[in-house]
Design a protein around this ligand. Structure first.
Ligand SMILES: [Zn+2]
Length: 255
């Protein structure tokens, strides 16, 4: 195919590309605060960057990035936006159904934002039920710790995510504005860092982050983040997905 970026294809390019493959990569992010040192589109930029590299290496079409998503817990930070989860689900469903109409049968969703994850699970079920299409979705912060235990990617605008962003757009990072946000006590027993924990077990809560954290970045402090680390993480994540795509393309689809 001439290009793997669907937004740069003509309709005839897309038609021809779909004679070579029935798989489409869809990057999805959000617009939300990540601390004062990185942009609102951090998740979107990372997802788009990784998806573009995966698409190029796997010769697989990549859809335009979905910039908006579901981000209820940071919506009080200026500039953060949040779709109703059902609106997000319906939009993603409409994009996928449009591609299905033109030959897509498998999707790889490259997610840059954890808030979207439960909705993407439902989307995958819907696409299979309605169309028999297979939808795989994964994110870098779940994949990378499986590849290397030292890559404990549990942060939001922290060491790992800031590094990932630097690999894509170092010019958008201002480390002079990066703040370390440590663990804090919520009650006598519950402590919070990236997740809320009681006796070291995650006990999960979805709430307004701005009430517990004035900067907005969470988890591993961003200090020490680097483009070199980001490139290493990105390479590992891209390589994982290129191999995953090879497997996805081998699956015999249900009739
Ligand atoms: Zn993020």
């Amino acid at each position: 195919m001439k290009t793997t970026q669907i937004e740069r294809m003509s309709w005839t390019d897309f038609r021809d590309a779909m004679t070579e493959t029935d798989t489409i990569i869809i990057p999805t992010g959000v617009m939300e605060e990540h601390g004062p040192h990185v942009p609102l589109a951090t998740d979107t930029i990372i997802a788009q960057h990784c998806a573009a590299l995966i698409g190029e290496r796997a010769n697989t079409p990549v859809a335009p990035v979905m910039t908006y998503g579901y981000a209820a817990n940071v919506r009080r930070f200026p500039g953060s936006t949040c779709l109703d989860p059902d609106t997000y689900r319906q939009l993603m469903l409409a994009f996928c159904e449009s591609y299905i109409r033109h030959g897509a049968k498998r999707f790889l969703i490259v997610s840059g934002h954890g808030g979207n994850t439960p909705v993407l699970d439902i989307l995958a079920g819907d696409l299979y039920d309605r169309h028999g299409a297979l939808t795989f979705a994964n994110d870098w912060w779940s994949v990378l710790p499986q590849l290397n235990p030292e890559w404990n990617c549990q942060d939001h605008g922290g060491y790992f995510e800031t590094s990932m962003l630097m690999a894509a757009r170092e010019d958008l990072v201002n480390m002079d504005l990066a703040h370390a946000v440590g663990e804090s006590a919520i009650s006598e027993g519950i402590r919070k860092n990236y997740v809320w924990k009681f006796q070291e077990a995650p006990v999960g809560v979805r709430c307004d982050v701005s009430k517990f954290n004035r900067y907005g970045n969470v988890g591993n402090p961003p200090q020490g983040a680097s483009k070199a680390l980001g490139e290493q993480l990105t390479e590992a994540y891209v390589d994982f997905n290129v191999k995953l795509l090879e497997e996805i393309k081998k699956i015999s689809l249900p009739v």
